[in-house]
Write a protein of this length. Structure first.
Length: 289
């Protein structure tokens, strides 16, 4: 996957636009954000990084540099996700957990996150669920890396545009609609295996309050499943059960309410065709220019 010249591509512009929106929100609601200037500095740093990789790394750069240039949004996701936990009370002063729990009671008559783990308390089930949740950190970088190394430029940009757009929309929703995951109320599902331990370490340092609805894990996994079907169909037999297990594990392990999962699927179902249409139109205009 080569970048033809040192310029901004559609992914760069999308990422810059997201950061610009967040900076505008921080300035607009700065009185409700503790140490708001630190958030602005974070976004400025991300903007500077995007510009740096866009204008420094060209198509003749070493492979490692081209990997950074094309896959950097995946790293920035972590900083953007963490930031939402610091600015998610600009509109709603508290959390909307009670509303989500009542919604689950209205739909299911119970809370699936509680009942699921109680019905299947076996250690091997818990370990498989934690393993399934952990695969999230491999799925979307893995497909991006595969398309990049395959030098499928149009397919790579199509996938990355949809992935970035979906994640950015989820992050914006977290800012305006803070919902905590069930673990804040009932703790995580019991688990004693290595993947349960790995996930406990990850969440010890990276868990934030108010980033559960819709589930970005589910939305991103749905994007991966869709683009695996389109561009890497030979791997579908392996990716599909992993994605399904991941979605189930979000509820079992108490990382999400069941309605978070449904919302993540709806979000992906709405956004994927939208991003594909927008990207195709932008590509057409670029080719005509």
């Amino acid at each position: 996957m080569a970048v033809k010249d040192r310029s901004l591509n559609i992914i760069d512009r999308f990422t810059l636009a997201y950061n610009a929106v967040v900076v505008s929100l921080v300035f607009l609601f700065h009185s409700r954000i503790p140490h708001w200037y630190l958030q602005v500095l974070l976004n400025i740093a991300m903007i500077a990084f995007v510009l740096l990789v866009a204008f420094v790394f060209g198509d003749r750069a070493a492979l490692a540099a081209r990997l950074v240039r094309n896959l950097y949004p995946i790293v920035l996701f972590l900083f953007m996700f963490e930031q939402t936990g610091s600015i998610n009370h600009i509109v709603v002063p508290g959390f909307c957990d009670a509303f989500i729990r009542q919604l689950e009671e209205d739909i299911f008559g119970f809370q699936p996150a509680i009942v699921f783990a109680q019905r299947f308390p076996q250690k091997w089930v818990a370990e498989y669920m934690y393993f399934s949740y952990w695969t999230y950190y491999l799925l979307f970088p893995g497909l991006g890396l595969f398309l990049f190394l395959r030098r499928a430029k149009t397919e790579f940009l199509d996938y990355m545009f949809s992935l970035c757009g979906t994640m950015y929309v989820c992050y914006l929703i977290y800012i305006f609609l803070p919902v905590r995951d069930p673990s804040f109320e009932i703790g995580f599902a019991p688990g004693s295996g290595p993947f349960a331990w790995i996930m406990s370490m990850i969440y010890r340092y990276f868990q934030i309050e108010g980033a559960a609805f819709p589930s970005s894990h589910v939305a991103a996994a749905a994007v991966v499943l869709y683009y695996t079907f389109r561009y890497a169909r030979a791997a579908l037999w392996a990716v599909c059960p992993i994605v399904v297990s991941l979605m189930v594990s979000t509820v079992y392990c108490h990382y999400h309410y069941a309605v978070d999962v449904l919302a993540g699927l709806v979000t992906a179902a709405i956004l994927i065709p939208l991003w594909r249409k927008i990207h195709a139109e932008l590509r057409r205009k670029s080719e005509m220019a």
